[in-house]
Design a binder for this molecule. Structure first.
Ligand code: SAH
Length: 402
């Protein structure tokens, strides 16, 4: 087999021996051996002892992934079939649940192949290829999925630059073309999904359990503010859970009609709710001026966003966002704080929350803690893969005057 030998620096060898899957730059002694993406790699330490085999693919996270620690396992169609079949078996309960028809079928390194995710949307599969290297296995992997599962059709997103662009005009790959919006269900709630209109399809599946909790335990009779609301998925769950009113705020123009659509998909009267296209920070200033307050506030900002007026980075600005949120949350109310920023692990996130409440002179208690749901498989050797952190926080009484 045509494999490139990659020598791993001795001090990183143990990490790979214990199953670390990501090939990172600092670990490689012979970087200039890496030439064309998709090349198969053979990893050994500086003393020549075998560490694993994998492929070369550049993505923001690194230089490629380890695919096997077995010296003789071939990386061929059979290999991919085995990984896919195993992942499918782990999602058996999702396949059987008629109330949830959208879930992650394959979660990259968590299912044994870094650089590839597959989401399931009511019979359609959406492949996300995270590097040109991963994409070179496309034909083999599509063959493999055909032989282990039934589906209506496949769409794809190339999450790497091709000709300077990330997005193609047509993401259809094979099978039957879908009719969009495709209506999928999550715990009995409808979502309109578009697999052929850019990278974001209408819903982030990793927040399923958070939405369920909001609907079932927190929304009834409450005034709910959903910030960075995108298509309003949290608002729809809150409304179905009996919220007195929801207010969705997002900067993007498209969010207005997309939110109306998600409400309508569930026969909810969107006119009984507020859908506001505005910068969240401007909205906060407005809310403070008008003396508005809410019982339940959902914070799910992107890790990093640049608007005309300002940039937001979770790492630098989350604490400030929390302090402003505390100002417009009723005492005894609940803040659902979420982040997927890699630079903000749970410990740091909790510290932001603690500092924000202390600086506001308020007590708080943590009611629930969520990470990724079970379909977003992670492996213990790669804790970085567990990117989602969500806390439900009960705001307390004023304890000090500040
Ligand atoms: N909470 C959403 C997903 C959020 S995606 C959900 O559960 O579906 C991030 C969203 O933040 C995008 O829709 C983007 O338009 C919006 N956004 C980014 N910066 C913003 C800002 N300063 N004010 C309001 N919205 C912003």
């Amino acid at each position: 087999m045509n494999e490139i030998r990659i020598k791993i620096k001795q001090r990183h060898a143990n990490k790979y021996k214990s199953g670390y899957p990501l090939l990172f730059k600092e670990a490689i002694t012979n970087l200039d051996s890496l030439k064309s993406e998709g090349s198969l790699l053979y990893f050994e330490d500086e003393k020549g002892s075998f560490l694993g085999r994998g492929y070369y693919g550049r993505q923001n996270k690194g230089y490629g992934w380890v695919l096997t620690q077995k010296p003789n396992e071939k990386i061929d169609q059979m290999f991919f079939e085995k990984k896919l079949a195993k992942a499918l078996a782990k999602r058996a309960s999702f396949y059987e649940d008629p109330n949830t028809t959208a879930f992650r079928l394959f979660n990259g390194e968590g299912d044994g192949i870094g650089g590839l995710t597959i989401d399931y949307f009511d019979g359609y599969l959406l492949f996300n290829w995270y590097s040109e290297g991963m994409y070179t296995f496309k034909d083999t992997i599509i063959e493999a999925i055909h032989s282990v599962s039934d589906f209506k059709g496949i769409y794809e997103k190339k999450r790497f630059k091709t000709g300077g662009k990330y997005i193609d005009d047509d993401d259809f790959v094979t099978g039957e073309r879908g009719e969009f919006p495709l209506v999928v269900k999550e715990n009995g709630v409808n979502f309109a999904v578009y697999l052929n209109e850019g990278a974001m399809v209408g819903v982030f599946l990793d927040q399923r359990e958070v939405r369920q909790s909001i609907r079932d335990k927190y929304a009834n009779g409450k005034r709910v503010l959903n910030t960075f609301s995108y298509t309003g998925a949290f608002s729809v769950f809150a409304a179905i859970g009996g919220a007195e009113k929801t207010t969705s705020v997002d900067l993007a123009n498209r969010s207005y009609e997309k939110t109306i659509e998600q409400f309508s998909m569930n026969s909810l009267d969107y006119e009984a709710h507020d859908i506001i296209v505005q910068d969240v920070f401007d909205y906060y200033n407005y809310a403070v001026k008008k003396g508005l307050s809410f019982d339940l506030v959902i914070l799910d900002p992107p890790s990093f966003a640049r608007s005309k007026k300002r940039t937001f980075s979770a790492e630098k600005d989350y604490k400030h966002l929390l302090k402003q949120t505390i100002d417009i949350t009723e005492k005894g109310g609940v803040i659902v704080a979420s982040t997927n920023a890699a630079k903000v692990p749970m410990k740091k996130f909790k510290a932001f929350i603690d500092e924000a409440f202390n600086e506001k002179g308020q007590k708080y208690s943590i009611l629930e803690e969520h990470s990724l749901p079970s379909d977003f498989q992670v492996v213990p050797q790669f804790p970085e893969g567990s990117y989602l952190k969500v806390l439900f926080i009960r705001t307390g009484d004023l304890s000090k005057n500040r």
